[in-house]
Design a protein around this ligand. Sequence first.
Ligand code: NAP
Length: 257
Amino acid sequence: MSSYLSGLFSLAGRVALVTGGSSGIGYGIAEALGRAGAAVVLVARREKQLAEAAAGLAGHGVRVATISADLGDRAAVAQVTEQAANFFGDIDILVNDAANNIRRPMTELTLDDYEQTIAVNLTAPYLLGQHYGPRMAARGWGRIINIGSQQSIRAFGDSGAYGLAKAGICGLTRSQAEAWTPHGVTSNTLIPGFVLTPLTEAAQAIPGRVEALAARTMTGRNGLPADFAGIAILLASPASAYITGQTLCVDGGFSAT
Ligand SMILES: NC(=O)c1ccc[n+]([C@@H]2O[C@H](COP(=O)([O-])OP(=O)(O)OC[C@H]3O[C@@H](n4cnc5c(N)ncnc54)[C@H](OP(=O)(O)O)[C@@H]3O)[C@@H](O)[C@H]2O)c1
């Protein structure tokens, strides 16, 4: 890479924490940040998937560590913040990707569904931001990337509690940006379209659904985890110092139609 490009985009010397980094979009982002030079700490529940993801990243020469934790449990979130800096040093880049999606019709949602959804999809990103944001600000540099959804900006097929948590993510991003951008920390939300990952396997199994959703994009295809590589590097890099508090759709034009 030329020194011009590395000055803009290199993440050498940076440390990223990626929740949900063992699968799908989170894995795609973790690989991108790692291959751009960051050391990466992956957080998810299942050990086997974490180990496989870590092996995949290591295969690209990425320095990687894993933490198994259920982010729906506040005590486990606190343990993540206790452990994460022990691997490669302070966290410079926080990616809040882990989420669940309980797709029952609104009328059938239980209070447990609601509380579980808010805990994983909104409270954990908030708590991780509350831990890392001030530390990044004290060091004068940091990047937060929160993953939203089409349901951050519209209702879309039993959006339910997931939709309200994902709308909240955009507000969280703006509040984080307001709080810490004066101290060199940006926060932005990425909004995927329909991405072929384990999270959407149930929708993918409905005959015709994958094709119908692809047809609603301008690109004519659904998303892949690799589609998030470039934007993740940009939003984690020095080049994006003047981009903050924003919601960016990475959806093949889905939301613009
Ligand atoms: N795929 C799409 O079409 C789409 C569309 C819009 C938005 N999104 C958003 O994109 C993000 C990633 O989705 P994806 O499709 O890549 O999903 P995915 O492939 O199912 O990956 C989800 C990741 O989150 C982890 N996770 C889930 N619950 C967790 C918990 N309680 N504690 C810790 N980790 C947990 C999973 O690991 P474990 O299960 O092992 O914990 C896994 O690493 C989510 O925020 C999702 O809402 C996806």
